[in-house]
Design a protein around this ligand. Structure first.
Ligand code: GTP
Ligand code: MG
Length: 170
């Protein structure tokens, strides 16, 4: 079949916000559905895991949508590792980013930015509209952005986000 376009994604956000859970949900549950791997990616875990632990440093993960093949740098949100965000942002080419908060200068490039207002199932969760108002997202004029409410544990709201990313990557 046609080779899918490769996309690099930087995934940022506070610790415990659900980044790894979101990415895990986007991975196939069964490797046979995934197809052959190039040798470069043999060391990267390809399928969903049952036990998600706080990320140390970062993990590299892969998942696919109908037309794209995503490579995600799933960064730790713990403060002691946050200096890595800027490092990877500067050193690596990213096509887009998934963010869970907006670090002011980390999002300075013209790449699509997808935000998940995750844990929308919690009683105290704010609506995605409220979150976008608090973050003043309407002031972002130089790049496409989108915010989705999500529940990563149930996998709700994730496909909407991936569909949006797919539509905004050229
Ligand atoms: P770091 O790797 O430390 O930066 O954290 P993270 O952002 O990767 O968070 P992680 O995916 O490890 O999730 C942290 C906890 O939140 C886990 O216990 C998840 O099960 C839980 N969690 C993730 N998403 C949701 C959600 O949408 N709703 C609820 N209720 N819990 C969630
Ligand atoms: Mg994590």
């Amino acid at each position: 079949g046609l080779k899918k376009k490769e996309v690099n994604v930087l995934c940022l956000g506070l610790d415990n916000s659900g980044k790894t859970t979101i990415i895990n949900q986007l991975k196939p549950s069964n490797l046979r559905l995934y197809g052959p791997l190039s040798d470069d990616w043999k060391h990267v875990s390809q399928t969903q895991t049952q036990d998600i632990v706080p990320t140390i440093g970062f993990n590299i993960e892969k998942f696919k949508s109908s037309s794209l093949s995503f490579t995600v740098f799933d960064m730790s949100g713990q403060s002691r590792y946050r200096n890595l965000w800027e490092h990877y942002y500067k050193q690596t080419f990213f096509t887009c980013s998934l963010v869970f908060l907006l670090p002011p200068d980390i999002c300075s490039r013209r790449m699509p930015v997808l935000l998940f207002a995750n844990k929308s199932d919690l009683r105290e969760a704010m609506s995605s509209v409220k979150v976008s108002q608090l973050l003043c997202l309407e002031n972002i004029k130089d790049k496409p952005w989108h915010i989705c409410a999500s529940n990563a544990v149930k996998g709700e709201g994730l496909q909407e986000g991936v569909d949006w990313l797919q539509d905004h990557i050229r």
